[in-house]
Write a protein that binds this ligand. Structure first.
Ligand SMILES: [Zn+2]
Length: 377
């Protein structure tokens, strides 16, 4: 059977804005879409483009508290309710901007559409570049995330009787998703991230392994800052394939944050796009059914190029290195100067760090000892 894939997207995302000084720029989604389109990756006969439809409130209520959703609805009008601060809203990371609830409904809706596409067996892979807001908690906005669409999507899959493995390669720990499924063995969460000792949200240590029935089903690989491709990919290979084989999920959900690159302005990992590519290709092999979500990424040129590469991998296509001219002309207006897909990101940065390797050998050993014996179908 020929591989079928879906790309969920709408330009309506651009109606919203976190504000002029906020690092999360929604234009990165449009830029990604434009590059994917310019490479003609939406014209493949196997590809279905699904226009995003908003989630319904009841979908969000499967995870989020009623009280919190009420606050988000008030904030939607651009007003700050008195108690909003208690829910993580306000100036800084999670600003109140007009339409933020509508925006959240769109992102979560796209994730549910991706989930349904794969669960309904319409195809094997679906990508929602706008999703992956992994920090939102049941009653609290956190880390630029208001609604936790990965959790909402995974809960939909659970309600359909599926077993789910969640792999999160964002530079930040996938804390909201881990917390939501910390006590169940029906969802295996694996997060690879910069250590909580140097980066938000300050969690995701190797000893966080789940609780009760969920013991062993939360897995964390915290990397020291300046970790390079070699150490990162080595740790991934040591841990992730074996756990996926043992757990045998029906569907793999991934958060594909692209803030792990050495020039990301918010984080301190030293991956190149070659490391990212190796991991993505491995995930494709491990995940015959795959719901891919976006995530962080604060250099918009990196975001567009890395997610375009990811989408090409999902479709089994090799891309030419020169970016399509039509894209470069428009992208230059948004400050994108790179003319190549991998460009400067293809030079691996070997970060001296023997210490990083030693530290990750320790972490991998710990995970193998404590988690591997517990995880099974
Ligand atoms: Zn991140």
């Amino acid at each position: 059977m020929k591989l079928k894939t879906a790309f969920v997207y709408t330009d309506a995302y651009l109606d919203y804005d976190y504000g002029p000084t906020h690092p999360l720029r929604i234009i990165r989604l449009k830029l990604t879409y434009d590059l994917i389109k310019a490479y003609e990756l939406l014209d493949l006969p196997s590809v279905q483009i699904i226009p995003t439809i908003k989630a319904e409130e009841k979908d969000l209520a499967a995870f989020h508290s009623e009280e919190y959703l009420e606050i988000l609805k008030q904030a939607n009008e651009g007003h700050l309710a008195g108690s909003a601060y208690c829910f993580g809203l306000g100036a800084g990371d999670n600003p109140i901007f007009p339409g933020l609830y509508n925006f959240s409904l769109l992102l979560a809706g796209a994730t549910l559409q991706a989930v349904d596409f794969v669960a309904d067996e319409k195809g094997e892979v679906a990508f929602n570049i706008a999703g992956g807001l992994h920090h939102a908690m049941r009653s609290r906005a956190s880390g630029f995330c208001y609604i936790n669409d990965p959790v909402v999507g995974i809960m939909r899959l659970l309600s359909r009787g599926k077993r789910v493995a969640y792999i999160d390669i964002d530079a930040h720990h996938g804390d909201g998703v881990q917390k939501a499924f910390y006590e169940t063995n029906r969802v295996l969460t694996i997060s690879l991230h910069e250590s909580g000792s140097t980066l938000f949200p300050g969690t995701g240590f190797e000893y966080e392994i789940g609780k009760g029935e969920g013991e062993g089903y939360s897995v964390n690989l915290p990397f020291p800052h300046h970790t390079d491709d070699d150490v990162y990919v080595w740790a991934f290979e040591e841990v992730v394939p074996e756990l996926i084989h043992a757990f045998r999920p029906d569907i793999v959900v991934t958060q594909l944050g692209v803030d792990t690159f050495y020039d990301d302005p918010l984080t301190n990992l030293h991956l190149s796009i070659l490391g990212y590519e190796r991991v993505l290709k491995r995930i494709k092999d491990l995940a015959p059914k795959w719901v891919a979500l976006g995530g962080g990424g604060y250099n918009i040129s990196n975001v567009a190029r890395a997610w375009t590469l990811a989408w090409a991998i999902m479709n089994g296509i090799e891309l030419k290195e020169d970016l399509p001219e039509s894209f470069s002309r428009e992208a230059e207006k948004m400050g994108v100067k790179e003319r190549e897909l991998r460009g400067s990101l293809r030079t691996p940065l070997h970060s001296q760090n023997e210490e990083n390797r030693v530290e990750m050998e320790r972490v991998v050993h710990y995970v193998k000892e404590t988690v591997f014996p517990k995880v099974k179908r």
